[in-house]
Design a binder for this molecule. Sequence first.
Ligand code: UDP
Length: 484
Amino acid sequence: MEKPKKLRVALLSSPGLGHLIPVIELGKCLVADHGFEATVFVLPLQASRAEAEIIKSAMTPKLLDIVELPPPDLSASGLCQDAAMTMRLVVMMREARPAFRSALEAMEAWPDVLIVDMFGAEYLCIGDELGIPKYVFVPSNAWFLALFIYSPALDKEVKGEYVDRTEPLEIPGCKPLRPEDVVDAMLDRSDQQYHEYVQGAGKILTGDGILLNAWEDLQAETLSALRNEEFLGRVVNGPVYTAGPLTRPVRPAGLGKELLEWLDKQPSESVMFVSFGSGGTMSAEQQVELAWGLELSQQRFIWVLRQPTVKALDGSFFDVGKGDAGDEVLSFLPSGFTAHTRGIGFILPSWASQVEILSHPSVGGFLSHCGWNSTLESIVNGVPMIAWPLYAEQRLNATLLTEEIGVAVRPKVLPSKKIVGREEIEKLVRTIMVEKEGHTLRDRVRDLKSSAQKAMARGGSSYESLCKMKEDCQMRIRQIKKAH
Ligand code: UDP
């Protein structure tokens, strides 16, 4: 008897490693655990070594196909040079539609299912044109999703800027959100990116379901609010599936020889890893305070160091990883820092093998910008965090990690200077690495690590959720066939 044909899913990632990495992992998971065939379409942010490495490592073992779309021509798009990140992503995705259509046409056969990430909601209609089920993958958590899909309602309810409010924003069934924790796109309601964001929220609801990079036990209450018939259930067309935590696997030879040798020599859980994602940068003044804080803490550390910026905190998002910053980044450190921390600290210019570092037994803390991938990578390795949010939805993530999930501490900003002072950094590094509070956070994150493993294993909540998503696909395909 002939084997039933496998469903082929086309996954589209928007630009940026924070999207590309989890979209590839979702594709791999659908192939390895759920019997799909997958093609991932990638819209590169830039030709960076990091991006090329991620794509290359995703091909061994080769579970899926990866198609790189040509960079879109933005000359007629009206996008200004200094446009905010959300705006740039939205416009790049919009302008890449013809390239995606051509790439689909070049496939041997049309895909059976389409999954686009959250900036690709405008592609859902392609699913309709092809007569196939279509889903949206939100590479973030349930609280973020609730804020995102409730933003059109907030837009109607709230007058003036969200950040000027004194009361938290109420999202039914969810923890109220402090105004200062809104995502970057909601900080200025007169900015075009705000309108794109709110419209995008409406568009993702036209899909057949939403997949999240989270799991049931992590955010049970918020997930139940999202699915509640009385509230979001009315606006969310299809179900919300939990697919996570989807994180990059550790590559056996991922760490350089020198770093591996150094890490191997350090005591267990004694090293603080300091990194701000694929695009995080800080002012020169803040970077100097951070250097001082690390030195004063007298704790071991690995620091992914970037050139400071005077622009927005995500100012280098589109530049990081393009070239390879060399030792010149060291010139931005206080004089004597490298000499004083020799043997205690390890500086990596610009980019690091993050999952490999976090999985090393000598690493015991992560000072992170709270990007959702970094957050999950910390949790699945049982590493407590210092939550230092910079941009996008990271302030919300930081609040979630410190006040709800209980795996992080958050630094206080000096109101006079709007930076985190060296004493505060010293204190929090010691809290994680030495103090009793650090042990409590470590116990909690270890519990979460095992709950994450259970969720992803056969029979676990995320595994079962993706089984349901597959059944939903099959049911929709049958219905579409019947209707024709
Ligand atoms: N990353 C890495 N090395 C670096 C910086 C980032 O491997 O030096 C990876 C990190 O492991 C994560 C992704 O890039 O998987 C960043 O995603 P995240 O959501 O944490 O933050 P974003 O960069 O999107 O702000």
